[in-house]
Design a protein around this ligand. Structure first.
Ligand code: SAH
Length: 377
């Protein structure tokens, strides 16, 4: 089968799984289609597939034995062949503002972060798409050690489900942002497979695609693939600078791409999907927070149907970047507003729990490196 958005075959999960013969297969890696096939192959009614999936995604059931609507033998059979979760929660943190962050450890030792944000009635989750990141943005903790690998669809969904289980029974997940570790457009197929389950209302999480945002550093060929496939998801472009010289300093992959190519790709995306784009702009003291930068941004974005999301930098221990003063931020905002830019200044959340992407993992990896010198050397 070919995935409609990426034109790539969609069956790699099962072959990857079969190499781990001794381990149970993860049910989160199964599409509805492949699970239906599992039932049909065993002469079992295919409606059971949806029952099993909705028990996991909608009713938050964590073990096959608790799926009491299924016959006992079937529960035992599923339990023999599949597991639901593969990761261990290595750490969880809760912020005073209700933000919760999990550090998950995958069976191969890879560590990823995901965050639950509570904002009024919103219950948003911020998910990772890769272990590490290859984009190398100089201010970001996720990419400091490069990328290890792409996450599978099940590993992306597992983050959402573990965060969903932190909610009260009457609360529901309302938004997803792919703004955790990694570059989602460098792992497009698995991200889209996971998001298809997230938006499915029959058995999945039932989150409207308008409330699902894919955030990218801006990779034009992948943006075109999304456009060609009429992606229903919101797209956010991490711009961070109004000119190529500065952007390449902050976001090194820009060197071979350039702002103009990204703008052209976003226009093609808009022409096809009519979805308003968002540009993200992390404000870094004395780097991209000057009045000249604000003026250049006005010129760049003035005639576009776009929203600019300005985010104060969340300092990363060990990196030299700082958050601008509130006066600088206000002046930056004034210029953008006077220039007619649709701008939103985002509040930082989870400051007290290292909630910016990659920060918690980095902190935990660094700890063992603190060497205590013993007196007898
Ligand atoms: N690779 C994707 C998605 C992950 S990062 C992207 O670049 O969009 C999600 C957003 O968080 C990006 O805009 C990124 O630049 C920003 N970000 C990373 N580190 C940050 C920090 N310490 N403080 C504030 N924003 C940060």
């Amino acid at each position: 089968m070919i995935h409609p958005m990426t034109n790539e075959p969609t069956t790699s999960v099962e072959s990857a799984e079969s190499s781990e013969k001794s381990e149970k297969r993860s049910i989160l890696e199964q599409s509805e289609h492949s699970l239906v096939r599992w039932f049909v192959d065993r002469d079992l009614p295919k409606y059971r597939a949806k029952q099993v999936l909705s028990a996991i995604y909608q009713r938050r059931i964590d073990s096959f034995s608790d799926m009491t609507e299924l016959p006992k033998e079937l529960r035992a059979k599923l339990d023999e062949q599949f597991c639901i979760f593969k990761s261990k929660t290595a750490e969880s943190q809760q912020s005073e503002d209700g933000t919760e962050k999990l550090l998950l450890e995958l069976p191969d030792g890879g560590r990823i972060e995901c965050v639950l944000l509570r904002d009024g009635p919103r219950r948003s989750v911020c998910l990772s798409s890769q272990v590490g990141c290859a984009m190398g943005c100089v201010f970001c903790a996720s990419g400091l050690d490069g990328v290890d690998r792409n996450l599978t669809r099940g590993e992306i969904l597992e983050q959402a489900l573990k965060l969903q289980r932190l909610l009260e029974p009457e609360e529901r997940l309302s938004h997803i942002v792919m703004m955790g570790m990694g570059e989602p457009l460098a792992n497009l197929r698995n991200v889209l497979d996971a998001l298809d389950v997230a938006r499915d209302s029959e058995y999945g999480l039932g989150i409207s695609p308008r409330r699902i945002t894919i955030s990218t550093v801006g990779l034009p060929p992948a943006i075109d693939k999304l456009a060609e496939a009429h992606s229903p998801f919101q797209l956010a472009i991490s711009l961070h600078a109004p000119n190529d010289e500065l952007r390449t300093r902050l976001v090194p992959v820009n060197k071979n791409i350039g702002i103009e190519a990204i703008m052209a790709a976003t226009e093609r995306y808009f022409a096809v999907t009519s979805r308003r784009l968002t540009f993200e702009y992390v404000l870094l003291k004395d780097l991209n927070d000057t009045p000249q930068c604000a003026e250049q941004l006005v010129k760049l974005l003035r005639r576009r149907t776009a929203m600019l999301n300005v985010i104060p930098y969340n300092p990363v221990p060990g990196l030299p970047y700082e958050t601008p003063s509130s006066e600088t931020i206000l002046e930056f905002r004034r210029i953008l507003m006077e220039g007619g830019i649709n701008v939103m200044f985002r509040q930082r959340k989870g400051n007290d729990i290292q909630a910016a992407c990659g920060q918690l993992r980095r902190l935990r990896e660094r700890e063992p490196q603190i060497v205590t010198l013993s007196t007898d050397v």
